[in-house]
Structure formats: C-alpha cells, structure tokens
Design a protein around this ligand. Sequence first.
Ligand SMILES: Nc1ncnc2c1ncn2[C@@H]1O[C@H](COP(=O)(O)OP(=O)(O)OP(=O)(O)O)[C@@H](O)[C@H]1O
Ligand SMILES: O=C(O)c1ccc[n+]([C@@H]2O[C@H](COP(=O)([O-])O)[C@@H](O)[C@H]2O)c1
Length: 214
Amino acid sequence: MQIGMLGGTFDPVHLGHLRSAVEVREALGLDRLHMIPAPQPPLRDTPQVSPEQRFELLRLGISDTPSIVADDRELRREGRSYSVHTLIELRQMYGNSASLVMIIGFDAFLKLTKWHNVKQIFSLAHLVVIDRPGYNVPWPDALRELVGDREVDSADELKQCPNGKVLMLALPSMMAISATYIRERLKEGRSVRYLLPEAVEDAILRHGFYHSDE
Ligand SMILES: Nc1ncnc2c1ncn2[C@@H]1O[C@H](COP(=O)(O)OP(=O)(O)OP(=O)(O)O)[C@@H](O)[C@H]1O
Ligand SMILES: O=C(O)c1ccc[n+]([C@@H]2O[C@H](COP(=O)([O-])O)[C@@H](O)[C@H]2O)c1
C-alpha cells in the first residue's frame, strides 16, 4: 500500500494544490492521498481565516475526487502543526510496511532544513518534491547535505521500501497560482474566477473572507 500526505496552510486551497494532488497521486500510483490543513503552520504567521474554515474550503474544493481525502487530524492537535507528528499518526494508522510519502512544493523544500526534527521525517516517510513555477533555483548546501544519497530517479523506487527516499517530480501541468495572489486579489475586490474551484470561490465571497476592511 502507498499513502501520500500533502499538508498546507491552504489559505485558501486553489487549483495549483488540487491539480498537483491529482497528478502526483496518478504519477506515484498512491492508494490514498491525505490533504491536511495546518492550523498553525510552523514557519509563518497563523492565518486569520480559522483552521475550521480553511478545512471547510478544502472539503468543498476536493468534493468527490477519487482517493483524495480532506483530513482534519491537525485540527485536533494543540500548538504548532509539525509534520513529523502528523507522519507518526499516519504511520500508526497504516502500519510499518506501507510506503508513506510526504509531498511538498519546491518553495517549501527550500526551507526543509528549518523543519522540526527533519531527520526523523526520513525515518517515517519518503519525500516527493514537486516543481513550482518561479522556483528554479539551486539547492543551498545545507539542503544538499540533508538529502545526501537519498535521491532516487523513479516513482517505482518509492514502492520498494516504506520511507527514506527523495524524488524530485516535474508534473505535466505546473500552475503559477499561489494563495498569496488569491488573497491579494480578493483584498482589492478583483476576480479570482478559475484560480480555485467555483464552490470554494462562492464560499469565500459568501463569508467575506480576505476582503479589505478599509
Ligand atoms: N501552484 C502550486 N503548484 C505546486 N505546488 C504548490 C502550488 N501551490 C502550493 N503548492 C505546495 O502546496 C503546499 C501547500 O501550499 P500552501 O498552502 O502554502 O499554498 P501557497 O499557494 O504556497 O500559499 P501562500 O501563497 O500563502 O504561501 C506547499 O508544499 C506548496 O509548495
Ligand atoms: O514540521 C515543520 O517544522 C514544518 C515547517 C514548515 C512547514 N511545514 C508543513 O508544510 C506544509 C506547507 O507549509 P506552508 O507554510 O508552505 O503552507 C504544511 O503542512 C506545514 O505544516 C512543517
């Protein structure tokens, strides 16, 4: 069995996240992909839109996409949303023989050396890094050292052991969409149509999320 985890602030979830989730699940042949909102993302300010509201937007966005689930497990934990704790829970849930894959975009990968107990992450899961437009930069030395000889060339190699490998993955449809761009446009009262699922856009406009108070 092969299980994926795609964590995020999802403030809000957008088509860059969702299309990546569909393509990465297909590319790796994942049996299930958990999309997990972080209530208190460790390396940034806690968003104004609450964890429950961001989870609800994610749930609306995923709708009934096969094998992709909105997972609220981090909402049930106190404190900073450290991925290592989430991976421990998923490992307990799926057992030691499942191949567990943590998926992050290249922008998040560039900060990986700052993550909590990052070496333990490799004892729990593989890491798959997906390309993100605008982030074609060289790896810092500390990151190269952390990855060491864990890098593999193909998705098949992730199936041969439960954890510890790193795969850099270019997906066919990279999207230059970010939540920052969406928040900025909403603040300016501009259209966000086709950047996120219609149901998510409708809910954001109905609740008045991200609009300017001035
Ligand atoms: N357009 C995209 N293509 C590929 N990966 C993405 C894309 N947008 C976000 N990701 C990845 O999804 C994960 C969660 O992203 P996050 O919720 O922080 O969204 P974001 O758009 O980067 O948000 P923000 O603009 O607020 O920083 C991260 O690993 C990030 O790298
Ligand atoms: O565990 C950590 O130390 C850690 C540090 C930074 C980010 N993360 C996780 O990485 C995911 C993407 O984070 P972000 O800030 O890019 O939205 C999200 O699930 C975070 O909880 C985790």
